[in-house]
Design a protein around this ligand. Structure first.
Ligand code: LMR
Length: 443
């Protein structure tokens, strides 16, 4: 970038380009001082730092013209190349693209996001005709890494990626979000009680629920990944009363994928032959991978795998504890497969479910047909016609084993809910979590 070009971009709305000044400019004392002065004079006094980009929808001739705010969302400032305005309307006339979709991601500097963001930007999630905006939420501690993520997104030259913003304030980052992928959460530290983890992460999700309620699209779809994800999702939705509770999901798709893989392995078939797998309940070691209703090549699993003992014990435990086994191997939680399962979870909501099949998601219980306690977030079999919404599947059967297991995971979720009553607006918390209650990674 020439100095003249850089100078031409000095405007109240494009200052963050100067955070990325080439070293030859920033090492020049007078130039660096000039930019530094401009930058600091444009900082909002009451907001933590955030960097946004904004591809103005208006026709803009010059790629170096300042980006002017047109509405409230323009409070965000832009990042790097995304600060440049493009004549998108003219550009889009040559393509049959859908209108922009705005996706907010928390924990955006973490490992899961590092896999996920590039899938989102490439078009493999929402489609090759779906231009996308990424609003990335990090923390003060992760801010530099967040800039690194934004730089890598810049360098990837994704045609569908039209805007990127980064920041640490959910009220900025969730503005107008149509999807919110809530990945960021504190991992359980040494000596931390599960109740402590629920409280710390619960506070994060209470705040994020409030922020979504205040600034996100009224139809935002929220997928909670940060653990304990079911109860975090419950906290989040309780703090967002203006968004339908049905729009909140806790990610159990990774567990479903793990269950399919184990069944395929045992049956000696490729995993695309396994269908109708439900994960019931909590994303914890009490989750119930349902082999009773699952199918292999369209045939009930029980007829293909006749070893009932394996199904009840080994299969069930393997799925429940897969996350923990992975942590031992990797030294950290699963990241790539979690990102893939987030993609699967989104695609299951934006594409019609295959005839006769279903997918698992942790959803709010409100009139469920299975007799599961209401007012918790419980993983159940869902089906979608591809409009982002879902309905619960009715044609499932239960036996004593399945019922008994479901009751155990249900009891755990009810106990977790009591434990976060102070965060859901339901009075004083009372924590009596069952002793063996664990995240998949906590053995
Ligand atoms: C997973 O299932 O891999 C993770 O949820 C494990 C964990 O506890 O972080």
């Amino acid at each position: 970038m020439s100095l003249a070009m850089a100078m031409a971009e000095v405007s109240p709305y494009s200052y963050t380009r100067f955070q990325n000044l080439p070293s030859n400019l920033s090492s020049n004392p007078s130039t660096a001082h000039f930019f530094q002065k401009r930058r600091s004079s444009f900082q909002h006094p009451h907001r933590p730092p955030s960097i946004c980009c904004s591809v103005a929808p208006s026709q803009v001739e010059s790629p170096v013209a300042p980006v002017l705010p047109t509405d409230a969302a323009s409070n965000r400032e832009c990042y790097g190349v995304f600060c440049t305005t493009y004549d998108l309307k003219a550009d889009d006339k040559t393509r049959s693209w859908k209108s922009l979709i705005r996706v907010a991601v928390s924990g955006a500097a973490g490992m899961i996001s590092n896999h996920l963001l590039f899938k989102l930007a490439s078009g493999e999630v929402f489609g090759s005709d779906q231009p996308i905006v990424l609003n990335l939420l990090g923390s003060e501690r992760s801010y530099q890494a967040l800039e690194g993520v934004a730089m890598e997104l810049e360098d990837s030259l994704y045609p569908l990626l039209r805007e990127v913003s980064i920041g640490i304030n959910p009220y900025d980052i969730f503005q107008d979000a149509e999807w919110a992928l809530l990945i960021g959460a504190k991992p359980r530290g040494p000596g931390m009680e599960r109740a402590g983890l629920l409280d710390i992460n619960g506070q994060i999700f209470a705040e994020q629920g409030k922020a979504l309620n205040a600034v996100a699209s009224r139809d935002v779809k929220v997928i909670v990944v940060g653990n304990p994800c079911n109860t975090n999702a419950l906290i989040c939705l309780k703090n967002a009363p203006n968004i339908p509770a049905k729009n909140f999901h806790a990610l159990t798709r990774l567990d479903e994928n793990r269950a399919k893989c184990q069944l395929a392995l045992k049956a000696g078939v490729f995993y695309d032959k396994v269908s109708n797998v439900t994960i019931w309940g909590n994303h914890s070691t009490t989750q119930v991978p349902d082999f009773l209703n699952a199918k292999i090549n369209g045939i009930p699993v029980k007829e293909v795998i006749t070893d009932r003992k394996w199904l009840e014990q080994e299969f069930t435990e393997r799925v429940q504890k897969r996350g923990g086994v992975l942590i031992k191997k990797w030294g950290r939680s699963s990241a790539a497969s979690t990102a893939v399962s987030i993609v699967d979870a989104i695609r299951s909501l934006v594409t019609p479910t295959a005839n006769g099949d279903w997918f698992s998601s942790g959803v709010y219980t409100n009139g469920n047909p299975y007799g599961i306690a209401e007012d918790i977030v419980f993983s159940m079999p869902c089906r979608s016609n591809g409009d982002g919404d879902y309905e619960l599947v009715k044609e499932v059967v239960f036996d004593d084993f399945l019922r008994e297991r479901i009751e155990k995971t249900e009891a755990e979720l009810i106990a977790e809910k009591r434990c976060v009553a102070h965060l859901t607006g339901e009075g004083n918390a009372y924590c009596d979590l069952p002793e063996d209650t664990m995240l998949p990674g906590e053995q």
